[in-house]
Design a protein around this ligand. Structure first.
Ligand code: EPZ
Length: 430
């Protein structure tokens, strides 16, 4: 099993280029099969989740060709199977975007119930409610969600919960439905807006994405498009936090600073310097940081996908901090791992009470999910002596070249094949 091994204590300094947003890419790649013409998508991150999704699209007959590492041409005209039964797709949450895309285009889709990071119960009732409001018959059979309709008609949907996935899925199903669809209490995340912009480039008529009411006027068909995915808000935030935790100085380039405001505001509040320019954010930390309170919320609130990273920072800050997770019910599993590194954190329900310690000590830890895995790497980069993070397959689902980018900033980190190879690596640990 592959591992990341690192020796902490080096302030990370320099510039890092941020890639395309994984969660926007997953929606956009799925939506690209909704036309029979060829779509070119640029700035697609080369990570496990996007590659698994593209393989599943190919398995039902879509043509998917990478013309370079980050550019993909997709043609959905030869799709001849509406049942996604790919072994790997069950493991990624975004498999359900093929439900909205295939249902919207062919009025029929069968997709395995989604997997993904284990963050607790992850219902899909709002997706199903939305599809039904458009006139689809939706049922769960033999582990598959089966959605079908003779025709889809615009409907009025009030989401009971703000859901990124349900907003995206219903938007895709509605673009070619007859008449007008209104989604109220819609998610406002940047990737929801990016998908709407992409669909509009393909000829859809979507208004209001980025607000909590999205209005979609159905069009008969979609056409070819060329589109570049927005930069990844969470990858950018993770590198901003890497500067904070290592008392470094990192300029995170190719970002949309507006998408990072809630992260910048928290870092400023705890004592970092944050400088924004048109498409970059520089974070500098020179001293021990302060305590604070954080509550995760839908966009524009503090993202749940940055919760483990800020907790790791607050674990080394002065005083007592409180982090409340309000999106998922099981997103503190990494705390046990952090405690192995000397953190003083108590979790009560959906709240972590963090008493800052002066330092972490290196340990062998396991990544329980994608963002928590990245957060444990950040902890390792700030820890004394050697830290080994295993189960890095989770991290590789969403971070492209993570150790390489950290290394370019001065981190002592290496990806190793197994424990045997680890023994051969010399990090200068005494
Ligand atoms: C998306 O997941 C992201 N995944 C997640 O990214 C992210 O953590 C999450 O949004 C929140 O921002 C992708 O975009 C592929 P939700 P999603 O539907 O769409 C409940 C990462 O690390 N809910 O907004 O699955 C749900 O249980 C990850 O990149 C229902 O109750 O999240 C959760 O408590 C992991 N019923 C809350 O809503 C539903 O039908 C928000 O979930 C749908 C969701």
């Amino acid at each position: 099993m592959e591992l990341y091994a690192m020796k902490g204590g080096v302030p990370l300094v320099g510039e890092v280029e941020i890639g395309g947003a994984k969660n926007a890419a997953l929606a956009i790649l799925a939506a690209a099969i909704m036309t029979d013409e060829t779509v070119t998508v640029e700035n697609v991150p080369d990570v496990r989740d996007t590659n698994v999704l593209m393989a599943a699209m190919e398995s039902v007959g879509a043509m998917v060709v990478k013309t370079d590492r980050h550019t993909v041409k997709i043609n959905g005209s030869k799709i001849d199977n509406l049942v996604i039964d790919d072994e790997h797709i069950k493991k990624i949450r975004a498999s359900y975007y093929l439900l909205g895309a295939l249902l919207g285009k062919y009025k029929h889709a069968e997709v395995p119930l989604p997997g993904g990071c284990n963050l607790g119960t992850r219902a899909i009732d709002q997706h199903i409610k939305g599809f039904r409001a458009l006139g689809a018959d939706v049922r769960v059979e033999h582990g598959f969600v089966v959605a079908e309709a003779t025709k889809l008609k615009g409907g009025h949907i009030f989401m009971d919960k703000v859901s990124v996935g349900a907003t995206i899925n219903v938007m895709m199903a509605a673009v070619m439905a007859e008449g007008r669809t209104t989604i109220e209490n819609a998610a406002k995340e940047p990737h929801v807006v990016d998908l709407a912009n992409f669909l509009n480039c393909m000829g859809a008529n979507i208004k209001g994405a980025g607000t909590d009411v999205i209005r979609i006027n159905g069009v008969p068909k979609l056409h070819k498009a060329e589109y570049a995915i927005i930069p990844d808000q969470i990858e950018a935030g993770t590198f901003m936090m890497a500067a904070a935790i290592t008392k470094g100085d990192i300029t995170v380039k190719n970002v949309i600073p507006k998408h990072l405001e809630c992260i910048s505001a928290k870092l400023l509040e705890i004592g970092c310097e944050v400088e924004e320019s048109d498409d970059a954010v520089r974070v500098v930390a020179t001293k021990r940081l302060n305590n604070t309170q954080v509550k995760t919320l839908p966009y524009p609130g503090f993202p749940t996908d940055m919760q483990p990273q800020i907790t790791v920072i607050l674990g080394l800050s002065e005083g007592i901090s409180i982090v409340t997770e309000s999106i998922f019910d099981n997103r503190f599993k990494y705390v046990d791992e952090l405690i192995k590194m000397g953190a003083d954190i108590k979790v009560e329900g959906n709240t972590a009470i963090i008493t800052g310690v002066p330092r972490y000590s290196g340990a062998n830890v396991s990544a329980p999910d994608l963002r928590a895995g990245a957060a444990l790497v950040l902890a390792g980069l700030a820890a004394e002596s050697l830290t080994v993070v295993d189960d890095i397959k989770y991290i590789e689902r969403g971070y492209e070249d993570f150790p390489e980018k950290l290394k370019n900033l001065g981190a002592q980190i290496a990806k190793v094949r197994d424990q045997k190879e680890l023994k051969r690596i010399e990090f200068g640990v005494s």
